[in-house]
Design a protein around this ligand. Structure first.
Ligand SMILES: Nc1ncnc2c1ncn2[C@@H]1O[C@H](COP(=O)(O)OP(=O)(O)OP(=O)(O)O)[C@@H](O)[C@H]1O
Ligand SMILES: [Mg+2]
Length: 546
């Protein structure tokens, strides 16, 4: 009886436990952090990623790199989630969050090898992260959310490491203008949503040809050749109903017995369409933007009346148009009233590179704007768009929560010092864990120094001694390759970016450290094209019904 074995897992399942499981998880997570470490900071390198179809992405953005890497290991995936959360919540600091998470695990591994139990490490880390967040709040500097110069500095830091760093002045200025334009005051707070900023991209010009449009740019052409291509003082109707004769949902058969009946039939259709166009014209609109289709005949009538029309516009664009032009989206042409129309100084179809685009610009105090990103090639435009996204996000972050911290690793170094001082009040092994946490934060200045070709350890020692002598804003100046007062160099980052980075890095590290058992089901052998499992057939049936 004593030697009897019981199989509780399915055949082929793998299981690793205890030390072995923890080591494997840490190794996988560390590999992820290590892979993007060299991209941190203004002197960081970019990564080239090639997907299964041979499509190439060149990026410096942590979240993008990890997303494209398509990692498989479950612990490694946790790190990818860290980057993703960071990107969703605050838009910048994705590399920082992952690198810190990685280093927390690295330091934990060292403690673990010295026989400190994972739960002690987890508790210590937990305590340290609460304290670190507290210290961050203390180090934060209040700013004025409408101080354009400050916002511009922050935007510039966020794109310092990106491909378009050369034009950071220009892009930062644009990001600040765009965010402030869509920001609204609600009580004492500001609300700002970067979804109100439409970013459209087209390769085929210089990066400096990127423009901010006080309105919306649509990747659509005017529907009919007879329509005007340029309308000044535009009165815009937004319609989300088709300008077509509605087709019935069921099949019906009509017997037509003579040509007159046929004609009456067509005439009636024409009358309906003419009626719709007349209503639009009667309301005073000279622009019609339609979310649905526009019948050829209706197009013809609109052209006759000098109305410029665009069709099949995305719902999100319709919403932006409503915010930009002040018009109301109408669901039935019959309901259209003059007061529902929006206004723009100019609506014009222009050829951008090979495509025709419609610009609705010169709106009065628009609450949605657009940025048309240009650049030499597709890849440049893609990366420029990602960098612009970071810039827009950090400006929004500061507008919503107007506090900043000093960048370049200065804040991390200071929080580390404060944590070390705090650790002295703790006892035994907990103290070790808090110290390890402090050291892990120093990976940021260390990496910035390393990526700038400086001597990492020497620099870190120098940095520590500066912080000991209360020069709390000392960090890494990667351009000059030495340590400096980064507040003097105008390197500021939003507090919310650092808070989120520390929070999600700690959570991810703790989550991985708590695992002591990995049970993985065997991979199903049937790949695509192989025999289908019961799940597949159920899905197919479901699809058939809809
Ligand atoms: N001019 C500068 N001098 C010193 N440090 C800088 C400067 N500009 C940026 N940094 C630092 O570079 C780091 C940010 O680097 P980077 O933008 O590559 O990574 P991230 O923001 O963590 O992630 P990602 O931008 O990929 O989402 C921050 O620590 C920031 O303080
Ligand atoms: Mg960044």
């Amino acid at each position: 009886m004593a030697n009897q074995q019981a199989l509780i897992l399915k055949e082929g399942s793998s299981r690793s436990q205890g030390r072995e499981a923890l080591h494997a998880n840490i190794t996988a997570a560390l590999a992820v952090a290590e892979s993007i470490r060299s991209s941190l900071g203004p002197k960081g390198m970019d990564k080239m990623l090639v997907d299964g179809f041979g499509d190439v992405t060149i990026s410096n953005d942590g979240a993008t790199i990890l997303d494209e890497m398509d990692v498989q290991h479950p612990a490694a995936k946790t790190m990818v989630e860290v980057a993703k959360t960071q990107d969703d919540e605050v838009g910048d600091g994705t590399t920082t969050a992952v690198v810190v998470a990685g280093e927390l695990l690295n330091k934990a591994q060292a403690l673990f090898d010295k026989d400190v139990h994972p739960t002690v490490i987890v508790d210590g880390y937990q305590l340290a992260s609460v304290k670190a967040l507290e210290f961050l709040q203390k180090l934060a500097i209040k700013v004025n959310p409408s101080d354009k110069a400050m916002l511009k500095k922050i935007a510039k830091v966020s794109i310092a490491s990106k491909l378009l760093a050369e034009h950071k002045d220009f892009i930062a200025e644009m990001a600040v203008k765009a965010v402030l334009q869509v920001t609204e005051k609600s009580g004492t707070k500001y609300v700002s949503d970067i979804d109100d900023i439409k970013v459209e991209k087209k390769p085929g010009a210089a990066l400096t040809d990127t423009v901010l449009i006080q309105g919306v740019v649509l990747d659509k052409e005017v529907v009919h050749p007879g329509m005007p291509r340029r309308v000044e003082k535009a009165k815009i109707a937004l319609l989300n109903c088709p300008l077509e004769v509605e087709k019935t949902e069921f099949d019906a058969k009509l017997n037509i017995e003579n040509p007159d009946q046929m004609k009456a039939f067509l005439d009636e259709e024409e009358k309906i369409l003419r009626n719709m166009v007349d209503k639009i014209a009667a309301a005073g609109a000279n622009i019609a933007v339609c979310e649905k289709g526009i019948d050829d005949v209706a197009q013809h009538f609109m052209a006759q009346k000098g109305i410029l029309a665009v069709r099949r516009v995305k719902q999100s664009d319709m919403e932006k148009l409503a915010k930009a032009t002040g018009s109301r989206i109408i669901t039935q042409v019959d309901d259209l009233k003059p007061k529902d129309l929006g206004y723009a100084d100019l609506v014009e179809e222009r050829k951008v590179s090979d495509d025709k685009m419609t610009f609705i610009e010169g709106c009065k105090d628009p609450k949605a704007v657009s940025i048309l990103v240009r650049g030499g090639t597709e890849r440049v435009v893609d990366e420029a768009e990602r960098a612009l996204h970071d810039a827009l996000c950090v400006v929004r972050d500061v507008v919503i929560e107007p506090r900043v911290v000093v960048g370049g690793g200065a804040t991390e170094a200071e929080v580390a010092r404060l944590l070390r001082t705090h650790a002295q009040k703790l006892s035994g092994k907990e103290q070790l864990a808090v110290q390890a946490y402090a050291e892990a934060l120093e990976i940021i200045p260390l990496t910035l120094a390393e990526n700038a070709g400086m001597d990492p350890i020497g620099t870190l020692m120098e940095l520590r001694s500066k912080h000991q002598s209360r020069q709390v804003r000392t960090g890494i100046d990667p351009y000059k390759g030495k340590i400096a007062d980064l507040a003097k160099l105008d390197v500021y980052e939003p507090l919310s970016v650092k808070v989120q980075a520390i929070r999600s890095a700690s959570e991810a590290a703790n989550m991985i450290l708590r695992i002591d058992d990995v049970i993985a089901a065997s991979k199903s052998k049937e790949g695509p094209g192989g025999p289908k499992g019961p799940g597949d057939s159920a899905k197919e049936e479901g699809e058939g019904e809809s």
